[in-house]
Design a binder for this molecule. Sequence first.
Ligand code: 13P
Ligand code: SF4
Length: 332
Amino acid sequence: MNQLQTITIEQNENWQNFVDPSVDLFEEINKLKKQKKTIILAHYYQDSDIQDIADYIGDSLGLAREAQKAEAEIIVFAGVHFMAETAKILNPTKKVLLPDLNAGCSLSDSCPPEVFKKFKEKHPDHLVVSYINCSAEIKAMSDVICTSSNAKKIVESFPKEQPLIFAPDKNLGAYINKITGRSMLLWNGACMVHEIFSLEKIIKLKTRYSTAKLIAHPECEEPILRIADMVGSTTELLKYSQSDSEDTYIVATEAGILHQMIKNSPQKTFIPAPPNNSCACNDCPHMKLNTLEKLYACLVNEKPEVLMDEKIRLAAKKPIEKMLEISKLAGV
Ligand code: 13P
Ligand code: SF4
């Protein structure tokens, strides 16, 4: 059977079975990419095959910047929904595809717009700083967006006396409160992946590998961040693992980042921080919904496409652009 016919079959829960396993997906995706003037943007938490075929791999800030300046006709966003949505908000004339439209985010889901609206109304004197891991509706209700790479600078761009709400990640918010000496009002949201690490098991690992450094994403809980040797966004953790002189690292973030760490520093040892129960793992189930097969299918079919209401897009664009401006001025 012709391969393209095989996968233009409407996607359903078994659709992966229709991709002929003898197809060289790397070759086919590369061909389609050129034919269809496509750019593939991937987050570090994606499967290693997807990272290897991407035109750009980065953290949320880097991905937003790449999406904004993309000249390709199609952007395939190998990440989760809020990231692809951000790409569409910033570059609306492009067709933005997400290999699996169900790739959501537990942190984004922890902040339902109608509940947040009421919360915001109770604090009319507060301005809203929202972490980029939220829906377009939440962005539209925010004064500025931030990512883990620029959160400190974004918060510091407001006068100290300005009351602020920080949403939706309580862990990142608490960390920024601590390092800036602020007392922002925190929305009670969290990421299911970054809340899974076991402090006890990490301490045991640090005892066993006495020189190992703990590097952690600020979405982790406070006890983990308190003992971390370095706290940063995925890009910052990756850069640190390259430039630092130690040879062993315990990595407290989603396990996908280890692919780039090992690629860039093959002589070093990277240990994923252990989760608090043996049935759990530190793979993000949302990120990992995207597969190379789905990426191939979405390029052939040019769907699923990320679309949104124009009024919400315009309202969400303002605080994202404000973030990009502040970051640029602050040299982040
Ligand atoms: P960064 O890549 O911006 O550090 O964010 C991590 C994350 O949780 C993405 O979902
Ligand atoms: Fe969302 Fe956490 Fe997955 Fe990032 S790792 S996409 S914050 S659930």
